[in-house]
Design a protein around this ligand. Structure first.
Ligand SMILES: [Fe+2]
Ligand SMILES: [Fe+2]
Length: 156
């Protein structure tokens, strides 16, 4: 039974949906390569990179106050970040399009690890009010997604 994602983590989870769409496009390689590179650049420069930093600089240090870092899944999460950053750099900085499918697979597996293992672990480990206190640090990068469905206007 899926527990609802804690509110503080929802911006990251919503952004994961965008990451999954990009990952699917990269893996399928049905679009022209320049289009895929442009899509990857838009994703990475407008939230992808910042999302990784928020997880490394805010989420994991907060978790580590109460939970052990000496776990395979935490190590895997960080290794994924390094690997994905390296593949993104090969694609965007070096123009190496041979890595796009591998990058797509890595990104999809990484999102699944976080959604199915890491975020539940953090929700179990961090109690209120520590979880809620993190909320302002996670940006709504989903707004950068061309695939996001419009939200009902909260200001209306
Ligand atoms: Fe991540
Ligand atoms: Fe993430």
């Amino acid at each position: 039974m899926g527990k609802r994602r804690h509110e503080a983590l929802q911006p990251l989870s919503r952004h994961h949906h965008y990451a999954l769409v990009v990952a699917m496009h990269l893996t399928r390689e049905e679009q022209p390569l320049p289009d895929l590179l442009a899509e990857l650049r838009r994703f990475w420069d407008n939230g992808g990179q910042a999302h990784f930093r928020e997880e490394e600089e805010i989420l994991l240090p907060a978790y580590a106050k109460y939970g052990s870092l000496d776990r395979d899944e935490i190590a895997q999460m960080l290794l994924d970040h390094v690997r994905i950053r390296s593949l993104v750099s090969r694609a965007l900085d070096d123009g190496d399009t041979s890595v796009l499918a591998e990058l797509g697979s890595a990104l999809r597996a990484h999102v699944h690890l976080e959604e199915q293992v890491i975020f539940p672990l953090i929700e179990e480990t961090l109690q209120e009010p520590d979880l809620t206190r993190l909320a302002p640090f996670f940006e709504e990068h989903r707004a950068s997604s061309p695939y996001a469905k419009p939200e009902p206007d909260a200001d209306a």
